[in-house]
Ligand binder design. Sequence first.
Ligand SMILES: NC(=O)C[C@H](N)C(=O)O
Length: 318
Amino acid sequence: MKRILAIHTGGTISMSSHDGVVTTNEKNPLTYQDGVTLGTELDEVYPIQKPSPHITLEDMQHLREIIEENQNEYDGFVITHGTDTLEETAYFLDLTLNVPSPVVITGAMRSSNEIGSDGLYNYISAIRVASESSSENRGTLVVFNDEIHAARYVTKTHTSNIATFQSPNRGPLGFITKDKVTYHHELYEQDHLDIFNPDIKVGIIKAYAGIENTLFNALLDAKYDGLVLEALGQGNMPPSALEGLNACIDAGMKIVIVSRAFNGVVGKYYGYEGGGYNLGMRGVIFSNGQNAQKARIALTLALSNIDNDEEIRAIFEK
Ligand SMILES: NC(=O)C[C@H](N)C(=O)O
């Protein structure tokens, strides 16, 4: 029998709806007493009880430590989590953990007492995935609505639909049916970034037509170490913000560019003022496959661990 540790952290999966308003419960009502019917010995702990917009990088580090401390006692780990920042926690754990056992995160879009609540179903699916030997050495997995996604690529795509978690450009790693768990993608090579330095500050700025320098100057004044820039299209910026952006580059702030567009790649493509080619020639890093919030997790950890520019670049430019 596989030994599974479920770590509950809060989120809608632990909440209830009253007169149409979803509220937190002081005590998480989520539990599954019948692990044995899934062929598991299930232990449940409740170290955090927060809606996921309240989750911090320190909470993510705490979850990592719980898993590392218990890695010899359990064969797999399940985390239940709010969906708003679930992908950030999943990616933080994916980058920092170095354990072969499955680590599976899930949550719910409908709270515990709503009709069609997806919480218990997703939880049981996550326990099943965490109990499978084929889930080992795959990094952190996100299980939702019968699909298994890689932490690196998955994102929340809908504010309320239960099929919200998708991996744009990639698709799921596998799926869950009534009788089995199936993977149709092979393992992918994971980065491992051991140290989390809570003093590293990385912000996100989203580009828009006519964006001003002020946002960049604010990060500069607050001495941010890094910036993830959600640029336009294939990685271009309006000229109106170039003075601020260049001041950040000159000050040594590490800049990673992702796109405001949902699909496709960024890179040194356009040679006009503010175009990606020109920005690339100034040394910015282009990130493909990660959205801004996940590039921020990766850049925070990269700056915590590495002081070599090319090694940092290699984390993103795969
Ligand atoms: N579905 C959810 O869990 C959303 C909720 N606001 C949370 O992330 O905590």
